[in-house]
Design a protein around this ligand. Structure first.
Ligand code: G3P
Ligand code: MG
Length: 243
């Protein structure tokens, strides 16, 4: 059964990477959630996608240059009608929300532009302190960073984010010591992609799948998880009998 994970929370319905978007993911019966982690100037782990706050808040500046207090003064409502005064969540606040649930939490370390040296261990410590080691899947486009995680977490909790159409990426994953690849769904063009990955013992979690027909095709091919902005509708589509 293909799992449905809410991308940046249920970000089609509430401001991305905010507590309301995460709560909606729970309410919509998603099987998991994907969120992006970065670090403030004063060392706090926060949930935000872009390296700057310009697009998603009423403030300006780089996350790496701002303190948590400065970030907390900004509103991350991001134009969503009916929402106001939404604060940037810390990683701990997000983890606290998901800890009592059975949702998989896919923590993407957003460290390809700002590298945030040492953030890997800080994130693992935060997760461990919550007792959530088995509930979290760590991913990043920065595979140097994921390599830092290899000694800290089990291979099945590591996922290599991929943007390009690579041949046999499951071979790379096995060499790397990661249990999953998280590719852009548009790159799954190699015939038998998911079958071959599974034969190699590698899971496939794919993003960002927002159309029902794409989700159904991918679910039929056996992907392990679909990451989507619409966990309710896409979830219904892949669970619909006889699609
Ligand atoms: O982790 C899947 C997906 O979130 C990767 O792309 O840019 O949305 O973080 P992005
Ligand atoms: Mg992401």
């Amino acid at each position: 059964m293909t799992a449905i994970w809410a991308h940046r929370g249920a970000c089609a319905y509430a401001p991305e990477n905010t507590i309301p978007a995460f709560q909606l993911a729970i309410d919509m019966a998603a099987d998991g959630v994907e969120l992006d982690v970065q670090r403030t100037a004063d060392g706090h782990l926060v949930i935000i996608h872009d390296e700057t706050i310009n697009r998603t808040s009423n403030g300006v500046g780089k996350v790496v240059d701002l303190t948590l207090e400065e970030l907390r003064r900004c509103d991350f409502t991001n134009g969503f009608v009916g929402r106001r005064n939404l604060k940037i969540p810390t990683l701990n606040e997000a983890l606290e929300l998901f800890r009592p649930t059975n949702l998989t939490v896919n923590i993407e370390l957003k460290n390809s532009v700002e590298l945030y040296p040492g953030m890997e261990l800080e994130v693992v410590k935060a997760v461990s302190a919550m007792g959530m080691d088995d509930q979290v899947l760590y991913s990043s486009f920065n595979h140097f960073s994921l390599a830092e995680l290899r000694g800290l977490v089990a291979p099945e909790n590591l996922a290599l984010l991929l943007t390009d159409g690579l041949l046999d990426p499951w071979s790379y994953a096995n060499w790397f010591g990661a249990g999953a690849i998280n590719p852009d769904y548009r790159t799954l063009q190699q015939p038998g992609f998911v079958w071959l990955a599974h034969e190699a013992g590698i899971k496939v979690n794919t993003w960002i799948v927002n159309k029902d027909e794409d989700a159904q095709r991918l679910a039929e091919s056996g992907v392990d998880a679909i990451i989507t902005n619409f966990p309710d509708r896409v979830g219904d589509a892949v669970r619909r009998p006889g699609f």
